[in-house]
Design a protein around this ligand. Structure first.
Ligand code: AMP
Ligand code: MG
Length: 324
C-alpha cells in the first residue's frame, strides 16, 4: 500500500482519508495513533490487521468535542464526569459504558468504551476535520514500543496505512493514563502521565484507593494488560542504582545505558543517554529504545524510578519491556 506523508498544516487532506474509510496515523501528546472512523467497522478491522493486534484488545476512541463524546458513550458514573472536567483535553482515557450504536469491533465486544479527548493542537485540528470520532490505538506493530517521533512512526507504519500526518515529537511520550470504574469508583487500569496523586486530589480519595485489583478468574477488565508490550529489539535489564551493574556480566554485549542524573564512567563503546529528570526520561523512553536499537545495542540497561508520580508509568513500561 502506498502511504502518503502529509504535513501538519494539511489536516483536511488527512481527514479525507478517514472519511473514505482509510487508515491515518496522527500525532497526539501521548504517542502517535493509528486511526480510523469509529463508526466504520470495516476500517476499524483494518487497524487490527495493520498492527497485528489481537482481536480481543479494544481500541481507544478519540474525540474533539462534546457531541462526538456523546455519540460513543452511554450513562457516565459521576466520578467520570469529574475526571473529564479536570483533565480534558489531556492524556487521560476513561472507560465508560458504550453507546449502543458504536460498532462492537471498536470495543472488542465489551459493554464499555475507552475514550479520550487529546490536547495536542494537531490532533484536535485533525479530529475536528474528520467530523467523526476516531478509533486509534498506538501506531506501533503489536508488542513493539509506541512511536513518539515522526521517524519512528515512518519506520513502523510506512506501507501499512493510507497516510501519516507528520508531526513533532510527542510532548508526553507515554501512552495515556486509563481509568475504569468498578462499582462506580475510579481505578487506574494503566498508569500514564496523569498521576494517581493528581486523580485522587480531584476525587477526594487516596492514591491507594485507585489501585485496581484484577479478578482472579474470568476476563480481565482491560484486555490489553495481558499482552507483551513496548519491547525493543535489544534485551532490556533494569537497575535502580548504577552500582548494581556487574560489568563482567555484560561485557559480551554492545550496551546502551539509560539513566537519570549524572553520567557515570562506563566502559568504552557503551552508548549512554542521561536525562535531567524522570519526566524527560519518560518522554524520551521509546525514542531512546529506537535510537539504541538503531546503533546496534544488544542490551539496554535502564534505570528504574520509584513508583510514585510519573515514576509509576515509567516503571510499568520498563517492566513490560524487560519482561519482568
Ligand atoms: P493503545 O491504544 O495501544 O494504547 O491500547 C489501548 C489500551 O486500552 C489497551 O490496553 C486496551 O486493553 C485498553 N482498552 C481499550 N478499550 C477498553 C475498554 N473498553 N475497557 C478496558 N480497557 C480498554
Ligand atoms: Mg499500544
Amino acid at each position: 500500500m502506498k502511504t502518503q506523508l502529509i504535513p501538519t498544516e494539511q489536516v483536511k487532506e488527512a481527514a479525507a482519508f478517514i472519511k473514505k474509510g482509510g487508515l491515518v496515523v496522527f500525532p497526539t501528546e501521548t504517542v502517535y495513533g493509528l486511526g480510523a472512523s469509529a463508526f466504520n467497522p470495516v476500517a476499524c478491522a483494518r487497524i487490527y490487521t495493520a498492527k497485528g493486534r489481537p482481536s480481543d484488545n479494544p481500541l481507544i476512541v478519540h474525540v474533539s468535542n462534546e457531541a462526538q463524546f456523546s455519540e460513543v458513550t452511554g450513562l457516565l458514573p459521576p466520578e467520570a464526569v469529574a475526571l473529564k472536567k479536570a483533565f480534558w483535553p489531556g492524556p487521560l482515557s476513561l472507560v465508560v459504558p458504550k453507546n449502543e450504536n458504536l460498532p462492537e469491533i471498536v470495543t472488542a465486544g465489551l459493554p464499555t468504551v475507552a475514550v479520550r479527548w487529546p490536547q495536542s493542537p494537531v490532533a484536535q485540528a485533525f479530529l475536528e476535520s474528520c467530523g467523526v470520532p476516531v478509533a486509534a490505538p498506538s501506531a506501533n506493530v503489536s508488542g513493539a514500543p509506541s512511536p513518539t517521533t515522526f521517524e519512528m512512526v515512518k519506520g513502523a507504519m510506512l506501507g501499512r496505512v493510507d497516510a501519516i500526518l507528520a508531526g513533532e515529537d510527542c510532548a508526553e511520550g507515554l501512552e495515556s493514563t486509563i481509568v475504569g470504574f468498578v462499582e462506580g469508583r475510579a481505578k487506574i487500569l494503566r498508569p500514564g502521565s496523569i498521576t494517581p496523586e493528581q486523580i485522587s486530589a480531584v476525587l477526594g480519595c487516596t492514591p491507594a484507593d485507585l489501585v485496581y485489583q484484577p479478578p482472579t478468574e474470568g476476563r480481565p477488565v482491560s484486555p490489553g494488560l495481558k499482552y507483551t508490550h513496548y519491547k525493543p529489539d535489544a534485551t532490556v535489564k533494569l537497575f535502580r542504582s548504577f552500582s548494581e551493574i556487574k560489568l563482567e556480566e555484560v561485557h559480551d554485549h554492545k550496551v546502551g545505558l539509560l539513566l537519570r542524573g549524572d553520567a557515570p564512567t562506563v566502559p568504552e563503546g557503551w552508548e549512554v543517554l542521561v536525562f535531567d529528570d524522570w519526566k524527560t526520561y519518560g518522554k524520551s523512553l521509546y525514542s531512546s529504545f529506537f535510537d539504541l536499537d538503531r546503533v546496534g545495542c544488544t542490551l539496554i540497561l535502564a534505570q528504574l524510578p520509584e513508583e510514585t508520580g510519573i515514576g509509576l508509568a515509567i516503571a510499568n513500561r520498563l517492566k513490560k519491556a524487560a519482561g519482568v
